[in-house]
Design a protein around this ligand. Structure first.
Ligand SMILES: [Ca+2]
Length: 128
C-alpha cells in the first residue's frame, strides 16, 4: 500500500513542467478466462499514474478481444506508471482479470502482460 506522500509524488509527477504525450494503442487480449455463469466480455481501463486516460468499449463474448481505441494523455512524463486494468463485464459486478503496470520510457514499446486470472494482454505505447 503506497503512503499518501508517495501517491502525491505520483500525482505531481504527471503535472510537472517537462511533459510529454503518451499514446496507448493496439490493445489485444488472448485467452481471457470464462466461467460457467458468464461469457467473457472484456474491456480495459487505462491510467497514467492516478489520472484516467479512459476505457475501451466492451467486446462481448470474446476470449480474444482486439480493441480499436487509442488513448492519449498530454501530461505524461518518463517513468510515470502506465496502468491497464482488464475487466470482464458482468450483470452485477465486473470481474477484474488482471492489472498491468510499468514505468514508461521514451519511444514506442510493445509489451505482453500476464493477467492474474488468466489470459494475456498485449499493448503498445508511444511516449515522446
Ligand atoms: Ca461477463
Amino acid at each position: 500500500m503506497a503512503s499518501a506522500p508517495a501517491l502525491l509524488v505520483l500525482v505531481l509527477a504527471c503535472l510537472t513542467a517537462t511533459q510529454a504525450q503518451v499514446k496507448v494503442f493496439n490493445l489485444r487480449a488472448t485467452g481471457l478466462p470464462s466461467n460457467l455463469i458468464s461469457t467473457t466480455d472484456g474491456y480495459v481501463k487505462v491510467f497514467c499514474s492516478s489520472a484516467s486516460m479512459g476505457e475501451t468499449s466492451v467486446i462481448n463474448n470474446n476470449a480474444d478481444p482486439w480493441w480499436k481505441e487509442e488513448f492519449s494523455y498530454f501530461k505524461a512524463q518518463e517513468n510515470d506508471v502506465l496502468r491497464l486494468e482488464v475487466y470482464d463485464s458482468d450483470f452485477l459486478f465486473d470481474d477484474r482479470l488482471g492489472v498491468c503496470q510499468r514505468q514508461m520510457k521514451l519511444g514506442t514499446h510493445t509489451h505482453d502482460c500476464y493477467l492474474e486470472k488468466g489470459g494475456t494482454l498485449n499493448y503498445s505505447y508511444t511516449l515522446g
